[in-house]
Design a protein around this ligand. Sequence first.
Ligand SMILES: Cc1cc2nc3c(=O)[nH]c(=O)nc-3n(C[C@H](O)[C@H](O)[C@H](O)COP(=O)(O)O)c2cc1C
Length: 414
Amino acid sequence: MKCVDDFRLRFGKREVVPIIIGGMGVDISSRELAWEAARLGGIGHISDAMLPTVTDRLDKTKFVSHKQKQYKLNIEKTDKSIVQFDLAQVAESTRLHVSKTMEAKRGDGMIFVNCMEKLTMNNPRETLKVRLASSLDAGIDGITLSAGLHFGSFGLMEDHPRFRDAKLGIIVSSVRALQIFLRKNAKLNRLPDYIIIEGPLAGGHLGFGLDWAKYDLQTIVNEIAAYLAGENLSIPLVAAGGIFTGSDAVSFLEHGASAVQVATRFTITNECGLPTDVKQEYFKANESEIEVNTTSPTGYPMRMLSNTPAIGSGIRPGCESYGYLLDGNGGCAYINSYNREVEAHPNDKNVVVMDKTCLCTHMRNFNCWTCGHYTYRLKDTTRQNPDGSYQLLTAEHVFRDYQFSVNNQIALPE
Ligand SMILES: Cc1cc2nc3c(=O)[nH]c(=O)nc-3n(C[C@H](O)[C@H](O)[C@H](O)COP(=O)(O)O)c2cc1C
């Protein structure tokens, strides 16, 4: 019987354990988690989402208060279009986070950064260009392009000296998205080094509609493998979404995937960036408490725990501090929903906003509990403490369990 350790993901001559811990913003896939994945010979991700606020917290920078001061007179206004990011500060925070991560990396594995296109930051093209370039400048091993179609992202990196040596990958959820990406980038003569195929059971934003349950990850992997074979292209495929045991992973490795990307099982590890009490919420969740909804202003459905504090919260949009989802015209679907509710209830001190959520503020404060479909199985991966709480695991324990387990077994902690 095979285990994941019988396989390797190959980039040319370089080989790694075919386990990738997926990017989880905002700083849920922490430096510590990425370090463990690399130390154990796999691939870890940090996320480049909202890095000015992340480095404020981790490295005592002052980017958010600086921005808030600059736009303080706008806080009461409904129009957020003047709120811009200082590109030099975006570059500085990205370089800081990536370089601190890379300097302390140990082991034979790699660390990639997850870069979401939907973080449009009121200037989609220029802010994305700066984020990509700064990660490459700071020595990241690779960049995973996510949450968006990224048709122009390779072009934004084309002139960077590391464009051909860093590993560049793309997340897709359909063969069609991949076909268009490859067609739009054909003239650059630079293929992705890996393709992550994210199925409908993943955490975070989904590349499917509310009919996600109709889709099946292995079927999409098969379609993409067949398409690439027909085009004579050999690009490693990485299956992601709902891979809960080593045996689940082996099944994908035996049927077209060169690696798996996993995340949910690491949300309850010591190294994961979520606060301890939120990790307990993930453990406690039952199947009926995991929902896919349309509250994200990005327009993509998102999976989360139904008791997530972000749902219904009518906080004032925090764009003067954050503003990561402002489109190129300073708009955001949450601002519209918030303004509508304030107008409808002029005498209320607090409003309830059900249809959208202020994702920047709530992700920053760990109040949007996004999670994978199988979160309700996390309680079966550990032991309960005498007080009823669940024992957190180490990332090493979970990684090794994926790497060596057979027969759908899950190793409990000592
Ligand atoms: C808490 C959480 C946050 C996530 N955030 C992101 C993100 O910021 N960007 C992204 O591309 N994927 C995100 N994902 C998706 C993961 O990177 C990964 O592809 C997916 O969840 C794998 O499926 P699994 O969780 O069932 O193992 C997130 C997943 C979780 C559980």
